[in-house]
Design a binder for this molecule. Structure first.
Ligand code: URA
Ligand code: SF4
Length: 186
């Protein structure tokens, strides 16, 4: 059977497939343009996201909006989601079993969206999506090609909050992704 966006959203909103369902307030489904060519994949909802049920509405979201704006894009033109849809207590890394339980949702999102470009934000997403030993420090901005999709990774916006000097580097990686998107090349 073919799931729709609404079906996925409904499943996520009532999901109890992993222990994060016991501590979350609201599950956080991905959000954005369902025709977008650019998909951003981050790690897990933070506190603000858990309260509002929406991705990137806290301080990381402000940085993300600035990055997008500086690249000539808005949140409405992209699609953004997370590896796990529920907030891990104290912002700890999601556990293997949690990432595994949640992965089908991401697969359906990706299947329905069919993005041309995927940018992973941070180590957790990069290691899950690109390669298990991916190192953001040395490999950020490097491209991998899979079927009809180009994939890369850069630092998570929260890394910029901790070290604002990383902004330009992440902006450079975003610029490359947007250039690819606009040129429609690989
Ligand atoms: N950080 C993430 O990784 N995801 C969000 O949705 C918000 C902050
Ligand atoms: Fe379900 Fe994913 Fe939330 Fe776990 S993190 S309860 S698998 S939606």
């Amino acid at each position: 059977m073919q799931y729709t966006w609404n079906d996925i959203k409904q499943h996520v909103s009532a999901c109890t497939l992993c222990p994060l369902s016991q501590t979350r307030h609201l599950p956080v489904m991905g959000r954005g343009d369902h025709q977008a060519g650019l998909m951003l994949i981050a790690e897990a909802p933070g506190n603000q996201e858990d309260q509002q049920g929406l991705p990137f509405v806290g301080r990381s979201g402000e940085i993300l909006d600035k990055l997008l704006q500086d690249c000539g894009l808005t949140r409405e033109e992209i699609y953004i989601t997370n590896i796990v849809k529920c907030h891990p207590p104290s912002n700890r890394d999601p556990k293997e079993e949690e990432k595994k339980a949640c992965f089908p949702y991401l697969k359906y999102e990706t299947f329905l969206l069919k993005p041309r470009i995927i940018v992973c934000l941070g180590r957790v997403a990069a290691q899950r999506i690109i390669s298990p030993d991916f190192k953001i420090t040395s490999q950020h901005g490097a491209w991998t090609y899979r079927k009809d999709c180009s994939l890369t990774a850069t630092y998570h916006p929260s890394a910029i909050l901790r070290d604002p000097s990383k902004y330009e580097l992440v902006k450079g990686d975003f610029d490359d992704a947007v250039k690819k998107l606009k040129q429609n090349t690989k």
